[in-house]
Design a protein around this ligand. Structure first.
Ligand SMILES: [Zn+2]
Length: 311
């Protein structure tokens, strides 16, 4: 009987703690919508990324990112912008993730340009003769054969337009670990949770596992909704949209940051028309305007969610 009462008390204890803790985390989430955006200009320094005829992915990405920061300042003055680089320097993806996590961003946006290989074509343009020496029954003999002559040409890929990536769910183990670290920070901020309770929340704690999984889901849902909005806005602006997607092999940095993350391929540097567009003021302005419009929609949707949660 005593044992049953103990188990009952323990179960009630866990339930009460879970309930209080969830309420606290929810309260924390409700005060936090979109305050800090981390922009990550792809590549840089010794890593130029993909090459166009006259420009590199690293340079174009930096130029668009710096402009995007200005657009955000202008249209969303309450939001702080942090850039992982502002000059032509190389940062490893690990450093980029560290910068983003140290800045405690609410959103991570990687800016890149796409590239597609040209297709190789081989055409027979004639024949030539080749002479071989062969040995048969100990005797040497010369044989002449006809071989075709080829001309190899490359046709530039016609791929162009934008696509926005979110992390691959298959690669979500690392993401869970990151969400778990983010959870540590939320817990640290909550004065009302006693030290004993924090200590209780160890790796094996079911509450921790549950909260981690909730955070992972939240990052994923937010990233997916933003990626869809961005591609919809690109379409509205008249660009070719290759849709929001997940890359099969995953994108490491997207799963290494403790916040929702998207990677925008702003156009194909391998396509001459897109390369000109990506390097032009008009093109860069249109790209930044489109992303900013999407961010406003994203921020509004988070705030509406917060309002409906409060009701
Ligand atoms: Zn890239």
């Amino acid at each position: 009987m005593k044992q049953i009462r103990l188990i009952l008390a323990y179960t009630i204890g866990i339930l009460v703690f879970t309930f209080v803790f969830c309420g606290l985390v929810q309260a924390q989430n409700q005060t936090k919508t979109l305050k800090r955006i981390v922009i990550d200009p792809g590549h840089g320094g010794t890593d130029p990324g993909a090459n166009g005829r006259y420009s590199t992915e690293a340079a174009v990405s930096l130029s668009i990112s710096l402009k995007l920061a200005e657009y955000i300042h202008e249209s969303l003055p309450d939001i702080e912008v942090v850039l992982t680089r502002t000059t032509d320097v190389f940062n490893s993806v690990v450093e980029k993730a560290k910068i983003a996590n140290a800045a405690k961003g609410d959103l991570f946006i990687c800016i890149h340009t796409n590239s597609a290989d040209p297709s190789r074509n081989r055409k027979i343009i004639g024949h030539t003769t080749k002479t071989h020496v062969i040995k048969k029954n100990g005797k040497k003999r010369t044989v002449t054969v006809q071989v075709p002559l080829y001309k190899v040409t490359y046709t530039p890929s016609t791929a162009r337009g934008t696509e926005t990536f979110i992390y691959n769910v298959v690669k979500s183990e690392q993401r869970k670990e990151m969400a778990s670290q983010a959870l540590d920070e939320i817990v640290e901020k909550l004065d009302s949770v006693s030290e004993r309770q924090i200590n209780e929340l160890n790796e094996a704690d079911p509450t921790r596992a549950m909260m981690t999984s909730l955070l992972t889901q939240q990052y994923f849902q937010r990233a997916a909704s933003l990626a869809l909005t961005i591609e919809e806005e690109f379409k509205n602006s008249g660009r070719i949209s290759r849709e929001a997607k997940q890359r099969q092999k995953g994108i490491w940095v997207l799963s290494a940051v403790q916040m929702p993350a998207v990677l925008i391929e702003t156009g194909f540097i391998s396509n001459p028309e897109d390369e000109d567009y990506l390097n032009s003021d008009e093109g860069q302005n249109q790209i930044c305007e489109t992303i900013t419009k999407s961010l406003i929609r994203y921020k509004n949707s988070l705030e509406n969610q917060k309002k409906s949660n409060a009701n």
